[in-house]
Design a binder for this molecule. Sequence first.
Ligand code: ADP
Ligand code: FBP
Ligand code: MG
Length: 328
Amino acid sequence: MLNGLKKIGVMTSGGDAPGMNAAVRAVVRACSYYEITPCAIYSGYQGLIDGKIEEMGPRSVANILSQGGTVLKSARCMEFRTEEGRRKAYEQFMAAGLGALIVIGGDGSFTGARLFQKEFGIPVVGIPGTIDNDIFGTDFTIGYDTALNTVVDAVDKIRDTASSHDRLFFIEVMGRDAGFIALNSGIATGVEQILIPEINKPVEQLIDRIRQSGRAGKGSSMIMVAEGDKSGSNIYQLADKVQEQLPEYDIKVTVLGHIQRGGRPSCSDRVLASRLGVAAVKSLKDGISGVMVGVRKGEVALTPLEEAIKQHNEIDPLLLEVAEITSI
Ligand SMILES: Nc1ncnc2c1ncn2[C@@H]1O[C@H](COP(=O)(O)OP(=O)(O)O)[C@@H](O)[C@H]1O
Ligand SMILES: O=P(O)(O)OC[C@H]1O[C@](O)(COP(=O)(O)O)[C@@H](O)[C@@H]1O
Ligand SMILES: [Mg+2]
């Protein structure tokens, strides 16, 4: 026990992501290593408000490293968005004797954590866990690599049937606000077009490119669409618009959905989660809070939560160029 820090609470919050368990395990084991008592807070901020808090030890996290989902459960909690909800959470936090909080989640969870620190002086540290990879201050978020592999596996299968029937497929992947999954998995699967929220591509341009692909001798085509793309009001409407202009094409739509959030974490995600879990505990132990732990250029790096929330990772234009060049 250092700096008078006796107990750290850890929770997972927002959309779950493969590798969250590996992060929980690392936090719990690092706490035990530094003689701090780790406490599980179940179901995110909702569990904190409801006092679902339990002491853990190194054996409580046995065999969760390789499991998808989160053993701590996750939630989207409206009540924590209110001052009253956060006060209830504070009361439970103090009643459990906690001295600091580690939140594994996305930008929304970090916004809540920052408010919690600001309003009640609770030291908080964030660990980026979301498949979307849309958190500023880290090159990779926990769950992203696994989700990419899941998408690549699924899209390869779709390519088999698309090419057997000479069909045009629209495939929707997750990414409410960000196109990282779509862009990278799209390059990896050789799709013909990639639509992402960061780039506004007019439907007419998309149709021209599909026609060009046809003229170039392509029998099948796949269009990767990030959930947050605004080319149509949704992927079905977009496919309908294209079908109107290209009646000769046999068009199908596949929405990959929550399959992308499940499954055993990849090796990269397990290592990333382990590194960040340990780094989060070390940071609190050293008296540093109000930050997110991430990895930049291969090194663990701390970013003020405020920056992690407000800023956004940019799409690499060179990747867009690679997608364009390799799909002709
Ligand atoms: N502006 C906010 N103020 C307080 N709490 C918030 C805020 N935004 C999000 N949260 C809390 O964080 C939870 C997770 O946020 P959400 O955006 O759903 O997921 P993620 O953390 O993955 O981005 C929310 O359900 C809510 O409890
Ligand atoms: O299961 P839900 O709550 O519908 O969440 C779906 C969302 O999960 C995400 O994959 C991740 O979102 P968060 O990181 O904000 O939790 C989004 O791209 C997607 O819109
Ligand atoms: Mg989010």
